[in-house]
Design a protein around this ligand. Structure first.
Ligand SMILES: Nc1ncnc2c1ncn2[C@@H]1O[C@H](COP(=O)(O)OP(=O)(O)OP(=O)(O)O)[C@@H](O)[C@H]1O
Length: 301
């Protein structure tokens, strides 16, 4: 049984806003990245999972329990970090952490203390005197305090400085080792690359693609721009087995995309030709992320 399962989830807010037929699942012990431009539908999907919103159609379950009908039971096993945390301004961080523990019936504060130390948090000031990053740390402590099986983290490192972002990555690795299932929405490429087993991308309420770790940890395709001195060689390369992604006739140049394993084959072919220049144009997952986001922009125009 998957830890989290969403099937055909739809909430139509009108004007093409909302989520439409979203389906994915997260296995036990899996860290799953959920990415998408602003307004894509990440928070709407998460709110359904938490049972805060009733779906118009489709289902969502956590540990086999229906998000809408069994949300009370689900919340015992769930740690949730919202994208925008609304704490009472006149309480101190320590009071809020204690309140979160009381709500869960927790007596043992060892884990809370460990998290406070790990994130170098001084929880004594009033929330209204805390910086965004400090409040975020309080939110993290509250989400992890009861050692939940499932963690849903909506843009968890917002406001954290780079050092604390890396502490957060360490925490996620530790939780994964403990067998936790984690759904994490983020705009930070490095955080996703460093922690997630799989990622899904959402745009305009529709899931557009899903990648597994093999796809994004070993993104081994490279594009080379090869410019020839002779027209004859420029034509010859186009008849060979390589994937040509662009032809620039005036410059006698081609863009050739190869698997990194094909490099010797390419060098062998170019050795017989009169080449003016070769330039590597590495296409990383990060580039593909950026393209994904840019396409989103165009869609809105
Ligand atoms: N209650 C609501 N009524 C009407 N429209 C809504 C409602 N909630 C969300 N929307 C719209 O649905 C779309 C998806 O919003 P959502 O908050 O899920 O996006 P998101 O992917 O979390 O974005 P961000 O990265 O900016 O947090 C947006 O266009 C938003 O304006």
């Amino acid at each position: 049984m998957p830890a989290i399962k969403i099937q055909g989830l739809t909430k139509d807010y009108g004007n093409n806003k909302g989520i439409f037929g979203v389906s994915f699942h997260i296995e036990e012990g899996e860290v799953f990245g959920f990415l998408g431009p602003n307004g894509a539908g990440k928070t709407t999907t998460i709110r359904h999972l938490l049972g805060f919103t009733k779906p118009q159609s489709g289902t969502s379950t956590i540990l086999g329990l229906d998000s809408w009908k069994q949300s009370k039971e689900i919340h015992q096993h769930l740690g949730y970090l919202p994208a925008e945390i609304a704490f009472p301004a006149n309480m101190t961080g320590a009071q809020i952490i204690q309140h979160a523990a009381n709500m869960r019936g927790l007596k043992d504060m060892t884990l809370a203390q460990e998290l406070i130390t790990m994130f170098d948090l001084d929880p004594s000031p009033l929330i209204k005197r805390m910086s965004k990053g400090m409040k975020q740390k309080v939110g993290i402590v509250c989400a992890f305090i009861h050692d939940p099986k499932i963690l849903i983290l909506d843009e968890p490192t917002t406001g954290l400085d780079p050092l604390m972002q890396s502490v957060f990555v360490t925490l996620i690795h530790r939780e994964k080792q403990k067998g936790k299932s984690i759904l994490m929405s983020s705009h930070h490429f490095e955080e996703i690359e460093g922690t997630c087993d799989r990622i899904a991308m959402i745009r305009q309420g529709r899931l557009t693609s899903a990648l597994n770790s093999q796809d994004f940890k070993h993104f081994d395709k490279t594009t080379y721009k090869i410019t020839f001195r002779s027209l004859q060689d420029f034509h010859a390369i186009q008849k060979e087995e390589f994937t040509i992604t662009d032809i620039q006739s005036e410059a006698l140049a081609v863009l050739v995309e190869i698997e990194d394993l094909q490099i010797n084959e390419l060098i062998g072919s170019l050795g017989k030709k009169d080449v003016l220049s070769i330039r590597e144009m590495k296409v990383s997952l990060e580039d593909s992320f950026m393209n994904f986001y840019k396409q989103g922009d165009h869609d809105h125009v």
